[in-house]
Structures are given as C-alpha cells and as structure tokens.
Design a binder for this molecule. Structure first.
Ligand SMILES: Cc1cc2nc3c(=O)[nH]c(=O)nc-3n(C[C@H](O)[C@H](O)[C@H](O)COP(=O)(O)OP(=O)(O)OC[C@H]3O[C@@H](n4cnc5c(N)ncnc54)[C@H](O)[C@@H]3O)c2cc1C
Ligand code: FES
Length: 367
C-alpha cells in the first residue's frame, strides 16, 4: 500500500517536472513577446524586447540594481516596486519578502520575466551606479585562502563611494564556468582614493568567481565591475564605535577605519576581529600601527581555535563574552558588523543582551 502511494507520488512529480520543462523549452523556442515598455518612476521609459528578466533588461540599459547572487534568486538584493505588469508573485520570491513588502508590491527583479508593459519604481540613487572597466595592478596573498586585489580604474577613471559599500565583480566565462558570474565584494580601501580600489577575497572551494580570481586572474588583466552598492556606512554621530568582523568581513571595516583615521576622527573605536587560528589572521601590523597613530582606536584579534604550536598569548574563544570588557556606554555605542549570516546573528544577540540598542546595530552579511 505505502509503496504504491510512493510510486504514484513519484509518477505525478515526474510528469509535472516534464511538463514544466516542456513549457520552458516551448517558451524559449516559440515565444515572441515583441517590444515592451518599462516605465521607471513614472518618468523614464525603456523600450525593450520582452521575454527576458527585468533585472537583465535594466542592466542592458545601464541601470544596475544590486544583485549579489548574479540573478540566481538566492540573495534577495534585486528588489524593486512593481506597480503593474509583473505577473503573479512567484514562490521563488516569497522567502525574501516580508508581508509588508508583499503588500507594497515589492518584487525580485531577477525573477520577473517581462511579458507585457511594466511600471516599476526604484530609488533615485540607483542611477548613480555605473559599470567600470579596471586593470588588476596587484594580487597579494594575505593568508592561505584570502587574497588582496588592487584594481586601477580605467573607464570611468574614478569612483565615488562611501566606506562600507560594495561592488559587483564580473568573472568572464572560463574553463570551469561557461557563463560569466557577478558577485558582491566590499571595497576595503578608503574612499579618499578614487582611482584605485582594493578588495579582500576569500576562496570558496569550487566557487565560480573566487576560483577565477585565485587560479586564472593575473596582474595586468582587465576586469569589470558595477557599483557602488549598499547602505552599510558610518553614521554621522560622536557615539562610540564597536567594529566586529570575521574572515573577509574585514574588508568594509578596514575601509571605514582608514577613512576615520584620514579624517582625524577622535571617536572611541574598538575593532574585534574573530579568526580561527593564527594563520587566519592578516593585516595585524596595519591595525597595530593604526592603534599607535589614533588616540582612541583599539584592535582586538580573538582566536576561536588557537593551537598549542601557534603560541597565542591573546584572547581566545568567541567575541561575545568580551563585550562587557569593551562596551563602555551601551546607550551611546554603534556596532558595525560584517561576516557570515551565522556570525552576525550570534553577535546581534550578544550585543542586545549587553544593552546595545538594535537601531544602533548596522551590518553587511556575506550571504
Ligand atoms: C554584500 C556582500 C558583500 C560581500 N563581500 C565579500 C568580500 O568582501 N569578500 C569575500 O570574499 N566575499 C564577499 N562576499 C561573498 C561573495 O559575494 C561570494 O558569495 C563568494 O565570494 C562566493 O562566490 P563564488 O562565485 O566563488 O561562489 P559560488 O559559485 O557563488 O558558490 C559556490 C558554492 O559555495 C557556496 N557558497 C557561496 N558563498 C559562500 C561562502 N561565503 N562561504 C561558504 N560557501 C559559500 C554556495 O552556496 C555554492 O554552493 C560578499 C557577499 C555579499 C552579499
Ligand atoms: S539577484 Fe539575487 S535574488 Fe535577484
């Protein structure tokens, strides 16, 4: 009995899958949607050939929405308001939208296929995002799995961004990926240098973009990126600042601290950097040097798994137990976090239980 139920379920699932596949193939081969109009913010009109994703059609017209996963429907960054013409909300969009966003007609632009005239709203600052051509001037090993990439901008020759923002780097098709890929990387250099940017890239085994950067990209090569994106940036106040990062999450924090140093900030700043072992630490001298130069800056590397051989005399464990030692006035402290979603969730919980107001916690999650 149970076996026959399972068989029926499997057969129905297989037939549904086949029908869905046939529909996709038929759509690709026979559908001709002709010209459609995308109306943006009630004033700008684009005439496009229908049938492609809204995100892709906007990109083709040099309007770049954030899309950290490159349109795969896994980051939830490519949101825009669709007033009409977007078709029904898809199951692939729902996990990324709050009930309020659904009520406000917010959609994921990478999931919408433009099949009729569509009316959308996007923030005005998106029109400042540009596509840049750059040349790699240096690739440096920071640890066994982290590299620093220095890019000299060619066209346009300079970029205006805020410390903490990120760009989307394009890896071209190569041996291990037939398609180009676009991935988000925080700028690690200070916004004061507008002609070069630096990125800190951690290798993701079998990852499309990071494998390209680690195994194929060379000094002198050209690479494209779009940006700047994101609202992870320094708030204009005199509150104490607590920076917390792990792994390549050091990138936007480095940009922020260097910017604050260059602009003579006297704010009290603590930077807690979590790593597993001593070989995961990097830029230690750079931050120890900043400690000497800045009156109110303290750098605290913390190892979660120090080995006996590494002779570590610093702090051990996770960052959260050390909060009481460094948070002086919780009501007057802003926290800036960057790292994996798991690390961010744990740190937010720890900060709140140490009296930090949630409204003063800012973060970028490298999901
Ligand atoms: C706003 C933002 C800023 C970011 N800034 C940085 C940065 O400064 N430096 C940096 O190194 N990365 C950063 N990232 C992560 C980066 O965008 C890519 O996700 C990462 O480099 C993997 O890309 P890939 O093409 O090599 O891997 P993919 O081909 O996308 O992934 C391959 C596989 O690995 C998994 N995977 C993807 N990302 C990770 C990960 N981080 N850890 C473990 N498994 C993963 C995927 O689920 C997939 O199964 C940032 C992400 C966001 C959203
Ligand atoms: S681009 Fe990532 S979800 Fe749309």
């Amino acid at each position: 009995m149970i076996i026959s139920v399972i068989n029926t379920v499997l057969i129905v699932a297989a037939i549904s899958g086949l029908l869905a596949l046939l529909l996709v193939i038929a759509d690709l081969l026979f559908a001709n949607y002709g010209e459609m109009k995308i109306t943006i913010n009630g004033k700008k009109e684009l005439v496009v050939k229908g049938g492609s994703s809204l995100l892709g059609l906007l990109n083709d017209n040099k309007i770049y929405l954030a899309s950290a996963c490159g349109g795969r429907g896994s980051c939830g960054f490519c949101k825009c308001k669709v007033n009409s013409g977007g078709g029904p909300l898809l199951p692939t969009e729902k996990p990324f939208l709050t009930p309020q966003e659904i009520e406000d007609n917010i959609r994921l632009s990478c999931q919408i296929k433009v099949k009729e005239d569509i009316f959308i709203e996007i923030p005005e600052n998106i029109f400042n995002v540009q596509k840049y051509k750059a040349v790699v001037t240096e690739i440096k090993d920071l640890t066994y799995d982290i590299k620093e990439l220095t890019l000299k901008l060619q066209e346009p020759a300079s970029i205006n961004f805020k410390a903490g923002q990120y760009v989307q780097l394009e890896s071209p098709p190569y041996e291990k990926s037939r398609q180009s890929a676009s991935r988000a990387y925080s700028i690690s250099s200070s916004p004061d240098n507008q002609h070069f940017i630096q990125l800190i890239i951690r290798l993701v085994p079998a990852g499309i973009c990071t494998t390209y950067i680690f195994d194929y990209l060379k000094s002198g090569d050209e690479i494209n990126f779009t940006g700047p994106f994101g609202d992870f940036s320094i708030r204009d106040s005199q509150a104490d600042m607590l920076f917390i990062a792990g792994g390549s999450g050091k990138a936007p924090i480095k940009s922020m601290v260097e910017y604050l140093y260059q602009h003579g900030s006297k704010r009290r700043m603590i930077y807690m950097f979590g790593a597993r072992t001593r070989k995961d630490l990097y830029y230690t001298e750079l931050f120890q040097d900043l400690e000497k130069k800045m009156v109110n800056f303290t750098y605290v590397p913390i190892l979660s798994q120090p080995t006996e051989e590494c002779e570590w005399k610093g702090k051990c464990g996770y960052v959260t137990p050390f909060f009481p030692e460094y948070i002086r006035d919780p009501q007057n402290t802003e926290a800036y976090l960057c790292g994996s979603p798991g690390m961010i969730a744990a740190v937010i919980k720890g900060l709140k239980s140490n009296g930090i107001n949630e409204a003063n916690i800012f973060y970028d999650s490298f999901a």
